[in-house]
Design a protein around this ligand. Sequence first.
Ligand SMILES: Nc1ncnc2c1ncn2[C@@H]1O[C@H](COP(=O)(O)OP(=O)(O)OP(=O)(O)O)[C@@H](O)[C@H]1O
Ligand SMILES: [Mg+2]
Length: 292
Amino acid sequence: MAQVDLLPDSVDAVAAGLRGAGYLPGPSTALVAYLAIRLGKPVLVEGPAGVGKTELAKALARYLDRELVRLQCYEGLDEAKALYEWNYRKQLLRIQAEAGDAGWSKVQDDIFGEEFLLARPLLAAISAERPVVLLIDEIDKTDQEFEAMLLELLSDFQITIPELGRISATSQPVVLLTSNNSRELTEALKRRCLYLWLDYPSAELELEIVRLHVPELADTVTRRLVEVIGMVRELDLKKPPSIAESIDWARALLLLGAEDLDATTFNETMSVIVKHRTDVELVAERVGLALA
Ligand SMILES: Nc1ncnc2c1ncn2[C@@H]1O[C@H](COP(=O)(O)OP(=O)(O)OP(=O)(O)O)[C@@H](O)[C@H]1O
Ligand SMILES: [Mg+2]
């Protein structure tokens, strides 16, 4: 296997590295990332929408200076899109070129070689010369058959292609799987992974994150924004605002030149953070009134 170029020697090193890459890790994030890199185990990252699951993989790739290979999952995703596909056109051309001269068995030997394989993200990730970061995003959107297919890859870092046999990894990727919990994942998959639950951050951490993304916003407004977001999350909403919404809101307030977050500004810009009609009513009533 190729040498892993950067191996952090402590949890603190990973935390500092992620920060350097523009990602502010919560309490267990750096620890789990450190273990994943050192133990070579995949991480299953779960949590509500917009709390930084996908961004963590991107930041790890930046920090470790590795290529990010991303597989976006969706319903009906199959091996041909995720793993590999035979390059039918090229195979056909070879068959035509060899027609007449060679018997079928010779042609068959020829057309099922690596030369005729189209590597999709999973195969590309384990056959890369330098180790990569592999992000399998929103794994809960696929079906259980797909999960079963992933198991061989995640536990042994190899895949089996019927016509070619076993292909072992030339380099071992750091693997992150993310899930929004839209369905329960299988125990078999979970057993092979480390687990990281990302939740809404503490007020201090969120303040830091918003400052990092929108440093130009007046600090009083940023503080107020984080406080109000916290109040909104306390309500029983269909979709509570995430970090992504906090950042969007900060950007909107900056653009509008808001100097304070009073009831008027709040009511005018609330649609940046709440996106269901019933939620809007509830938030306007509870938080809007509290601010007035
Ligand atoms: N700890 C963090 N440090 C810096 N930025 C963060 C952090 N967490 C989240 N963000 C920012 O919040 C936004 C949303 O993050 P991301 O897209 O990774 O969320 P997600 O959990 O993958 O959401 P979804 O489930 O909807 O895909 C991004 O712009 C990201 O940069
Ligand atoms: Mg995501």
